[in-house]
Design a protein around this ligand. Structure first.
Ligand code: ADE
Ligand code: ZN
Length: 350
């Protein structure tokens, strides 16, 4: 990408970033060593002996491009690579370093406020306790605010491919961390998992005063009914934001609903480019923008998308949607509008 000092220097808020999606092979390698673990290929069971070998397998995009392109035995799906990494996170120090690694990137890109997603169900199933995980995150959060000038809050994401019972159990524990958690989200594999399956938790979270958001339609095309459920039904009356959901452009009625309700959409261009034609992605982003829908450009899973962070996502959006600097300013203002920070924090960003 060309140098673009306007996009680099403008203050930013990031509303869609999975902390586990920032777990680079190098970080995993470091944590694994420290925890006396040997990394093995999740499919073949073969041990990785070098970081380079590990890097190849980690990145689904890179793995597909390489020599193993047609070897489906060895090419990991996104979810295999993503959840496969959770295992190396064992100690408070691991969680602290993982979060600091993100905060340092954020600070370098002039991110002033972020809402960071995490997947507690993925961590408790590898044996990590809530206490370990949240203590590490908390320490990093305080340090980032003090020394890096990055404020933040956490979004606890529910794994939609696990049971409603597991979601509720985790939600009840999350209540102990209300001082950190600002919203409840929904992610993981959307196949056959409409958002309303977890309505009991969303309704409870809404009553308890949490903000709500949910992933829709990333990686493949899912029914527009899922977006309708997020926009109008979950948590009694619908969520505050939608994560992704680009296929909403197929329905003028749904777009109208989102616009009327002021629902923000987080959009992560680099996440779509491996699944969808580029032109379609940018046409759709432009359609949302031109309709007046508030979109927040974000990075999703930078470590799994060729190291693309919010800056790179803004740069491609600007270039291919032909956004002017003024348009970029509107993007940032809209993101501030749909973020969940206290008014005073919002005022100080731009
Ligand atoms: N969790 C983390 N990254 C995700 C993605 N790209 N899609 C669904 N769930 C996710
Ligand atoms: Zn996501």
């Amino acid at each position: 990408e060309t140098k673009d000092s306007f996009v680099s220097t403008i203050p930013k808020v990031e509303l869609h970033i999975h902390i586990e999606g920032t777990l680079t092979p190098a970080l995993k390698w470091r944590f694994a060593r420290r925890n006396n673990m040997i990394l093995t290929h999740p499919r073949t069971g073969v041990d990785f002996t070098t970081l380079e070998e590990y890097e190849e397998s980690h990145d689904p995009m890179k793995a597909r491009k390489g020599e193993r392109m047609n070897n489906s035995e060895e090419t990991l799906s996104f979810f295999e690579a993503y959840y496969g990494g959770f295992d190396v996170l064992r100690t408070e120090q691991d969680y602290y370093e993982l979060a600091m690694h993100y905060y340092e990137h954020a600070a370098a890109m002039n991110v002033r406020y972020c809402e960071i997603s995490f997947d507690p169900q993925g961590h408790t199933r590898t044996g990590t306790t809530w206490g370990t995980m949240m203590a590490g995150f908390r320490k990093a959060q305080g340090e980032a605010e003090k020394t890096l000038n990055v404020k933040s809050a956490w979004i606890m994401c529910l794994l939609r491919d696990l049971s409603p019972q597991s979601a509720m159990e985790h939600y009840l524990v999350a209540l102990n961390y209300r001082h950190m958690i600002i919203g409840i989200g929904l992610d993981s594999n959307e196949d056959g998992r409409p958002p309303m399956l977890l309505e009991q938790v969303f309704a409870r979270a809404r009553e308890d005063g949490f903000h709500l958001t949910a992933h829709c339609d990333v990686g493949k095309t899912y029914p527009l009914e899922h977006i309708l459920q997020v926009a109008a039904q979950i948590g009694h009356t619908g969520a505050d934001r939608i994560d992704h959901g680009l296929n909403v452009t197929e329905s003028p009625e749904l777009m109208e609903l989102i616009l009327r309700k002021g629902i923000g959409m987080t959009i992560c261009p680099w996440s779509y480019m491996r699944h969808q034609p580029m032109e379609e992605v940018y046409e759709r982003i432009r359609t949302l923008f031109d309709a007046g829908i508030k979109i927040a450009i974000a990075s999703d899973d930078p470590a799994f998308m060729e190291d693309t962070w919010i800056l790179e996502n803004l740069l491609v959006a600007k270039r291919f949607c032909k956004f002017t600097n003024n348009d970029v300013l509107r993007l940032v203002k809209d993101a501030v509008d749909v973020c969940w920070a206290p008014e005073q924090v919002k005022k100080d960003i731009l």
